[in-house]
Design a protein around this ligand. Sequence first.
Ligand code: NDP
Ligand code: KPL
Length: 323
Amino acid sequence: MRVAVLGAGAIGAYVGAALHRGGTEVHLVARGAHLEAIRSDGVTVLSPRGDFTARTPATDDPAEIGPVDYVFLGLKANSYASAGPLLQPLLHDRTVVVAAQNGIPWWYFHGLKGPYEGRRIESVDPGGSVTQVLDLDRAIGCVVYCSTELEGPGVVRHLEGTRFSIGEPAGGPSQRCEEFSTAMIAGGLKCPVEADIRRDIWIKLLGNAAFNPISALARATMVEIATHQGTRQMVRLMMEESLEIAAALGCHPDISVDKRLDGAERVGEHKTSMLQDLEKDKPLELDVILAAVVELADLTGVKAPTLRAVHAVADLLASKVGV
Ligand SMILES: NC(=O)C1=CN([C@@H]2O[C@H](COP(=O)(O)OP(=O)(O)OC[C@H]3O[C@@H](n4cnc5c(N)ncnc54)[C@H](OP(=O)(O)O)[C@@H]3O)[C@@H](O)[C@H]2O)C=CC1
Ligand SMILES: CC(C)(CO)C(=O)C(=O)O
């Protein structure tokens, strides 16, 4: 089994290093000083579970790697539409794509029986530009429950969590999910194959859709948002609205808003990825994390006033960042 990590940043390099440690043949696609550091010293993972270094091959030219069985996509979701030239050399007929993105994926309605089957979500797949690059049949879903940061070139700081839940868009077991899961587990990660990966998508998204934009707007950490009376109430409303939208789409994640809020509070003085991107003047992943949720509210006729209000303000902010 050959794997390429396209976009070996904070999450991608962590996954690549873990797969390598577990004995999988893995190639990293990175760039700049980070690539040079990986080439000379490998990827170093600093983790409360134990530090380790993985000397994996790395390049900025996927043609040097050639076709692989799995592409783990570690790019930010905003760059999927332009990733065609990077992805093409890595594909054979049955290459599978596993994307680390938060939020609503481009394949959300693919294989989902019901009134919305096959529908495209404009916020995440504008004009079909993402599905053109990322073929729907290649996708298996992935929800990342861990947190990592690039501490410097070639160095990943693993903060918490090791779970990468995966699953087929159409549900049920599959050989390709089992094979990928086995390789991830061999590398020391958790990788359950879920019968309904959309439940995990919504469980994670309840937090991201609320905390990420508020954190960027208020420049606040998770614990600050969860313990400030006003923002805690906003998060609560946003989570309740998100659950209403999920239910209208036929998805019923088994989680209470209180449990999700308490979990987020325990993360502590952590800056969300959106606040980190804001501070580095990098484009915000607002479309997949919140615009898509608002679009799904439109689709299902859910009012979602708090999600809409926060989205309006965050969208204005996003239009000024990383441009
Ligand atoms: N980090 C985390 O804890 C979590 C992240 N995620 C999701 O994972 C995804 C990735 O996030 P994260 O790892 O934090 O982001 P990073 O920015 O750390 O990783 C993206 C990497 O892709 C690289 N890249 C972009 N374009 C190219 C290119 N053309 N050639 C080679 N490399 C390229 C970037 O390089 P450069 O820096 O030079 O642009 C960067 O190293 C996001 O969708 C995020 O939502 C989900 C859960 C947790
Ligand atoms: C869970 C949380 C909010 C923190 O890692 C996250 O997923 C993010 O920052 O995007």
